[in-house]
Design a protein around this ligand. Structure first.
Ligand SMILES: C[S@@+](CC[C@H](N)C(=O)[O-])C[C@H]1O[C@@H](n2cnc3c(N)ncnc32)[C@H](O)[C@@H]1O
Length: 367
């Protein structure tokens, strides 16, 4: 493990970007104190500049633990009152500690933004410090290594097959989450307040949830009294997960439809059929590829065309909410056949997110 850490840390010279495999649990179990994972063997390549030494790792762990303890005291009280089980505890608040920590009902997901300067023991070490600060058992730690650059790739792929899922609460709704098997857990907490907005707008509306993932917006719309919902995602697994979420809330019914399809193909089909929606939530990934069609979607390049296609399946006066979590999003929203175009972002980012642009979100009305 010591050697592996060093090899990974020094692979810059081969130009390789790593997504580290997540076999961390053994590491966590065997972990005690940071070892000297910087080997000085002369045949090995040089240590990357700014390498985080074991001593620095210990300092980072203490800083993280102190920050988390304080944040938890403040946030847990507030969220408990609101019936919210999942929230962000640490959002890369300290420059040197490049991580996020999310609380899921007594579990923590600790994600490090990977870099060459930290070895494989860094993440387990800071995660352990976080767990100790919160008084939770080590088995409730879930580790992730994330890349800062968004790219199509492993984002929606499976990381493990533990298959363990459990229910979490968000106000009066419940959702299934899986903290081990995928990069994302099944619930994006940064959209907690956007879900409230959808819920408040959905009464008596035909609602479209495009790129629906696990259907949390569908649950919000159904709970808000949407007269019908259509939930569209190309993944079979997420479509099933969305059905499970709706059923978990006792909201299933024949008015709620699930379509496992490419979004573009779905829009083409619906446009031909003449069905029109009064409310839509469109939250595409930053990039995706359609291998069959040999096409790629890049949100910066393609969002105007996507929004135009969605507008074609919306009723006049209907409201479209468009969201993205691309961190370098460049909106091109002028000239769309809409009115009252408003950026909602300041209202949709919850208090627990220090990154005030973790996503960006717009509302527009169809003319
Ligand atoms: C950013 S997530 C959406 C998050 C969701 N709105 C939420 O807050 O829970 C993007 C989703 O788009 C789906 N997706 C990717 N490419 C797609 C495509 N071509 N057509 C439809 N869905 C696609 C992925 O499976 C994933 O579930």
């Amino acid at each position: 493990m010591v050697k592996r850490g060093y090899e990974m840390a020094s692979n810059k010279r081969y130009g390789i970007i790593f997504l580290f495999c997540l076999q961390e649990y053994d590491l966590m179990k065997n972990y005690s104190k940071p070892k000297h994972f910087i080997s000085q063997h002369h045949s090995q390549p040089p240590i990357p500049k700014g390498f985080v030494t074991p001593e620095k790792t210990r300092e980072h762990a203490v800083m993280l633990a102190n920050r988390i303890r304080k944040r938890f005291r403040h946030l847990s009280r507030k969220f408990k009152r609101e019936g919210i089980d999942c929230f962000r505890l640490y959002d890369w608040d300290i420059k040197e500690v490049r991580a996020v920590v999310d609380w899921y009902a007594g579990h923590i997901v600790v994600a490090e933004y990977i870099r060459l300067q930290t070895g494989p023991e860094y993440l387990p070490h800071i995660a352990r410090a976080a767990a100790e600060a919160l008084n939770i058992p080590l088995r409730n730690i879930h580790l992730r290594r994330r890349q800062t650059k968004t790219q199509d790739g492993p984002r929606y792929k499976k990381l493990a097959s533990k298959g363990k899922r459990f229910q979490v609460r968000e106000r009066d709704l419940y959702f299934w989450v899986n903290l081990d098997d995928f990069l994302d857990t099944g619930l994006f907490s940064d959209h907690r307040d956007t879900r409230m907005i959808v819920r408040q707008m959905s009464k008596g509306k035909d609602f479209l949830n495009l790129f629906s993932y696990t259907g949390s917006f569908t649950c919000a719309a159904a709970a808000g009294g949407a007269c019908s919902t259509v939930t569209v995602d190309r993944s079979e697994m997420y479509t099933q997960w969305a059905k499970d979420n709706l059923s978990l809330n006792g909201l299933s019914g024949p008015q709620h439809h699930f379509v496992q399809s490419d979004a573009g193909k779905f829009l083409e089909q619906i446009s031909r059929q003449g069905k029109r929606f009064a409310l839509a939530l469109v939250d595409p990934p930053s990039f995706f590829q359609d291998k069959q069609e040999n096409k790629a979607f890049d949100i910066n390049r393609d969002h105007p065309a996507l929004i135009r296609d969605v507008l074609k399946v919306m009723a006049r006066g209907g409201v479209l909410l468009f969201s993205t979590n691309h961190q370098r999003f460049e909106p091109q929203l002028e000239g769309l056949p809409v009115k009252d175009l408003t950026e909602l972002t300041p209202d949709t980012i919850p208090e627990d997110y220090r990154n005030r642009q973790v996503h960006r979100c717009w509302r527009m009305t169809v003319i």
